[in-house]
Design a protein around this ligand. Structure first.
Ligand SMILES: [Zn+2]
Length: 250
């Protein structure tokens, strides 16, 4: 295992990135102020993100198509391969962590630890949440930050504020991206999106709230584990309200 693979493996094994729990990546946050002045087209970012996703898949323990995890995910993502005009692709990483993430190209990866914890509707709630990050372009913005940070580090930002193709850096960018955190409002917006996805698929819209409930229980009832995110109780309450509203109970 080379150093990079080792790093990725440790990220996969230990961190709940992006959505459920995340570490703060200082270089990416610093890039937040830089990122506004840099122009990279959506098309370029999506293409680069696709390469980063491929790099991740090469290093990660992807569940074989005939495994129980892949079969279950295939069943659960029926009707979700094109959604809201965006294409999505799904795989399971055989990592015992409660995690999931999406990339701006429509790549969605679910960890086996999360699938073990959640029932079918709850897994779909998480998938819907991830879809929400892509549709609402939260993922695109996070990826842009990771990309700009990398380009700045490599001295690849041109004087006119454009960035060229960064050769061979997709693995690094993917790691930075996975360590970045979404804002609280992004998380709440995606929670609400997940409720809509459940409803549209004829699944239980309250599964988004029960998924959050399970996460809160895992964190021992305190918000310490999820300190960088909206308090779990607030997320549970808002997801419940959204389910009430969509199912006509309020
Ligand atoms: Zn999220």
């Amino acid at each position: 295992m080379n150093k990079k693979t080792l790093l990725l493996a440790s990220i996969l094994a230990t961190s709940l990135t992006g959505c459920l729990q995340s570490q703060i990546n200082k270089s990416i946050n610093a890039a937040g102020s830089l990122v506004e002045g840099i122009s990279v087209s959506k098309q370029q970012l999506v293409q680069e993100a696709r390469l980063s996703a491929k790099e991740m898949d090469k290093k990660a323990p992807v569940a074989a198509t005939n495994s129980k995890y892949a079969k279950r995910l295939k069943k659960l993502t029926k009707g979700l391969h094109t959604y809201d005009g965006q294409k999505f692709n799904y795989k399971v990483y055989l990592v015992n962590a409660i995690n999931a993430f999406a990339m701006p190209d429509g790549t969605v990866r679910i960890y086996s630890g999360l699938m073990d914890l959640m029932n079918d509707d709850e897994v779909v709630a998480i998938i819907g949440h991830e879809i929400g990050h892509v549709i609402n372009e939260h993922s695109l913005y996070q990826y842009k930050k990771a990309y700009v940070a990398k380009a700045a580090k490599e001295g690849l930002t041109a004087a006119d504020g454009t960035i060229g193709h960064i050769a061979g850096a997709y693995g690094d960018i993917a790691e930075d991206y996975l360590n970045a955190q979404f804002s609280q409002s992004d998380e709440l917006e995606s929670d609400a999106y997940g409720v809509k996805v459940l409803y549209k698929l004829g699944r239980d819209p309250y599964a988004a709230a029960s998924a959050q409930q399970k996460l809160q229980e895992l964190s021992g009832g305190s918000d310490s584990v999820f300190s960088s995110h909206p308090p779990s109780q607030k997320r549970i309450d808002l997801a419940t309200e959204a389910a009430d509203k969509i199912s006509g109970k309020k």
